[in-house]
Design a protein around this ligand. Structure first.
Ligand code: FAD
Length: 366
């Protein structure tokens, strides 16, 4: 049996690793447990956009996302490692008057006419109604960012166990006994950050998966200064001259197959932004499962009926963006810092926990 710790975090994706980091930074003893290897779940499949504006859901989401963007820039400075944090911004296309009006409501966006788009981004097909540049919406390399959080947590004393699946959680003496593949860990607090698999650990939790496929093109020689975004689709420039094209939204699919239909959809996205782009050599293709909640907002907070048990999962399209802010919210809950009550309510996991009772589905504690 390992030494008892303050907190066990289940899941070594971007949410679990950033949570381990911010908890360890507070001096808590942390043990992170991952069933596979760090950053090999949905985190690895992400494009890496920190799209607070492009992914806007409501004002609570927006202020949380903005805070996360600031935390990333601080972490970039403190960590001293390169995780692909790339400034420049996201350019959102306006292909209709309706889209232009919607984008023009953002006071912090710079309007670019179709002519200015052509001048700044030479290869693109300029959108009929111009575009808006959001400078705060930068991007990171998701897998590298996750590994950087994990390394930073370890350097602060956190223990990380890979190839260790949690298969049983027992309440014991006011804390938790967590049974993993080959041993047992005791902890006062438990954080479930297991992405799309979280429903296996919390009974009655409503979590579905939405498959997304991406492709990476070799675009050496094409200097794309911004991420390009339109209606959930994007082209992200990665250092070294490659472009990530994303992503399909496939409801009801829980496999990770690369399909012909996916390739066709991604080629169409590429052509929509830059004519001829789909003819560039494909370097890589992949798929991931976005963890989707009942209302697309993440579940972050205490799990009802279970003292000292927390959930940080269900970040859908925005887990990379929201990771540091999520981690800090969990940290604040655990150490008892003052918190934004609006967020606690909006992200409360209880809105996604249901139990079958008398042939009726009703909301209950686990
Ligand atoms: C195609 C695509 C593009 C995306 N693009 C973006 C983007 O540009 N920006 C953005 O912000 N978000 C994006 N996302 C969403 C983002 O990838 C996810 O929201 C995020 O990765 C979720 O992180 P996570 O840590 O919760 O889950 P994961 O990365 O899946 O991590 C959960 C981990 O828990 C482990 N685990 C599960 N069960 C157990 C268990 N019982 N015991 C131990 N370990 C366990 C898993 O092995 C896994 O490693 C994208 C997603 C996809 C699919």
């Amino acid at each position: 049996m390992s030494q008892p710790v303050d907190v066990v975090v289940i899941g070594g994706g971007i949410i679990g690793c950033s949570t381990a980091y911010y908890l360890a930074k507070e001096g808590l003893s942390v043990h992170l447990v991952e069933r596979d290897k760090i950053a090999q779940g949905t985190t690895r499949a992400a494009g890496g956009m920190l799209g607070a504006h492009s992914e806007y859901l409501n004002d609570t989401f927006y202020s949380f996302a903005q805070e996360s963007q600031v935390l990333y820039s601080e972490f970039q400075r403190d960590a001293g490692v390169d995780f692909g944090y790339t400034a420049g911004g996201i350019v959102q296309f306006a292909c209709s008057e309706e889209e232009r009006i919607a984008l023009s409501r953002w006071k912090n966006a710079v309007h670019l006419s179709a002519e200015q788009v052509r001048e700044r981004i030479p290869h693109v097909a300029p959108p009929a109604f111009g575009a808006y540049l959001f400078e705060e919406d930068v991007h990171v390399h998701p897998e590298k960012a996750c590994l950087a959080f994990c390394a930073a947590a370890k350097s602060l004393g956190a223990t990380v166990s890979e190839q260790a699946t949690v298969d049983e959680i027992t309440l014991l003496n006011g804390g938790y006994q967590i049974r993993i593949t080959s041993s047992v860990i005791n902890a006062k607090h438990l954080v479930i950050a297991s992405g799309a698999a979280s429903a296996k650990l919390v009974s009655g939790l409503q979590m579905t998966a939405v498959k997304g496929q991406c492709m990476q093109l070799n675009a050496v020689g094409m200097q794309l200064p911004y991420t390009l975004f339109h209606k959930g689709c994007y082209v992200i420039p990665r250092p070294g001259g490659t472009l990530v094209i994303g992503a399909t939204m496939e409801y009801g699919h829980t496999d990770l197959q690369i399909t012909d239909a996916g390739n066709l959809a991604l080629s169409a996205i590429a052509e929509r932004f830059i004519p001829g782009l789909s003819r560039l050599p494909v370097m890589n293709r992949w798929a991931g499962l976005r963890p989707k909640t009942v209302d697309d907002l993440p579940y972050i907070g205490r799990i009802p009926g279970n003292e000292n048990m927390y959930m940080a999962a269900g970040h859908f399209r925005n887990g990379i963006l929201l990771a540091p802010a999520t981690a800090c919210l969990i940290r604040d809950l655990i150490i008892g810092n003052e918190m934004n009550t609006e967020r606690i309510k909006a992200f409360d996991p209880k809105r996604g926990i249901f139990h079958e009772a008398n042939n009726r589905t009703e909301r209950q504690s686990v």
